[in-house]
Ligand binder design. Structure first.
Ligand code: BMA
Length: 373
């Protein structure tokens, strides 16, 4: 286990929004100025750890893995001997009142896992592939270009969308650790906005509408619903320039972490590998600069190479991209239990398992034991 050097939190950080004078709160500035003590403390801790290395995350670890569906296990842990430090969760279908999310996890189980993770000292990240409120299709239904416009306008759609946000608010407010504290969450709404495959994507709304959608969501959750355990994560898909990265950025006052999702696709040839590394390194340079200019953190909010066809992918692609770049974390996507090719972390016996072990053994790569108190 690596020892992270954590500075002791200044007392002011531990005071709540209403108790602490403004100047005493200045060491941790979150978009939500009334963020809970635990939320501020997590942010502060991530900031400190990002100067020393980056956390490793895995989507849906604890719920299922490649070829199995059992409670509390993890492919990542079976290979590495430790849990990831960040656990990603997906809320799609919560808004419909369903018992299960889009990937067959019961929300009651997800709640239990998230609390368990907080109790263990890990980090929860949440994405939300929100259904299409106009067509009744899923988030990938881009047949109507009017979804964002309709949500923002007064009317039936707006009111219904507000009820969906209310369901989300109730869910995240219900997350309390064993001490009764709110479980802090990295919340990553309206992600991959530079692509056009979700109803909030680039060709489906204008930059101004996207910003309004984000700002309205933030305002509704914070001010109308009193949700104060969220760290807001702005998460692009592909981009090349800083201008592109910022074209739809909703503002420093409503974002805490900036980042992007990045996948290697197709060939695992040496040439394809070099191309992917170079392209991603130039994106990292942009995200890192934009975050540093704003005194924010940055992260690789999703990453992977489906089926991990390169047996040394973690040590020869992921780490060269992320080492010494002040990233807060990287989140590898899920190992589906019912789609044999759809996995992003090697399972026990997979050709890349040894490489994942070598990767997490690096002194600047942090799993749960490295991050917990
Ligand atoms: C996608 C795929 C889907 C999944 C969705 C939401 O990238 O993994 O199978 O339903 O994410 O988790």
């Amino acid at each position: 286990m690596k020892k992270l050097l954590m500075s002791v939190l200044p007392l002011a950080v531990l005071a709540s929004c209403s108790q602490a004078p403004v100047e005493e709160q200045s060491s941790v500035v979150l978009a939500d100025s009334c963020a809970t003590t635990a939320t501020k403390a997590l942010f502060q801790k991530l900031k400190a750890s990002s100067a020393q290395g980056y956390l490793v995350g895995h989507q849906d670890a604890l719920a299922y893995g490649h070829d199995w569906y059992r409670d509390g296990e993890s492919d990542f842990k079976q290979v590495c001997g430790d849990y990831p430090a960040v656990f990603g969760w997906e809320l799609a279908d919560l808004e419909l009142g369903n018992e299960l999310n889009i990937d067959s996890i019961a929300f009651s189980d997800m709640r239990r896992y998230m609390v368990q993770i907080a109790d263990m000292g890990g980090v929860n990240s949440v994405s939300w592939h929100i259904n299409n409120i106009i067509t009744g299709g899923n988030c990938w239904d881009v047949t109507s270009k009017a979804v964002v416009t309709s949500i923002l306008a007064e009317g039936e759609i707006h009111d219904k969308y507000e009820s969906w946000l209310g369901i989300f608010a109730d869910f995240v407010k219900s997350l309390k650790d064993s001490q009764g504290n709110d479980v802090p969450i990295l919340f990553r709404p309206y992600h991959e906005l530079s692509g056009s495959w979700f109803w909030w994507g680039r060709d489906l709304c204008t930059p101004s509408e996207y910003k309004q959608l984000w700002r309205y969501t933030f305002d509704y959750l914070v001010n109308a619903k009193g949700v104060h355990n969220l760290i807001y994560v702005y998460s692009m898909a592909s981009f090349t320039t800083e201008e592109e990265f910022l074209e739809r950025y909703p503002g420093d006052d409503v974002v805490d972490v900036l980042g992007f999702d990045s996948y290697q696709w197709g060939s695992a040839s040496a040439e394809a590998k070099i191309d992917y590394i170079q392209k991603t390194q130039s994106q990292v340079a942009v995200a890192r600069k934009v975050a540093a200019d704003r005194n924010k953190m940055w992260a690789l909010t999703e990453m992977g190479f489906e089926s991990v066809p390169d047996s040394v992918w973690f040590t020869t692609v992921v780490d060269p991209i992320l080492a010494n770049q002040d990233a807060a974390y990287v989140l590898f996507w899920r190992n589906a239990f019912n789609k044999p090719e759809h996995f992003y972390v090697p399972y026990k016996g997979h050709a890349a398992a040894q490489d994942l072990q070598n990767f997490v053994a690096m002194p600047h790569v942090f799993t749960l034991n490295d991050f917990m108190d």
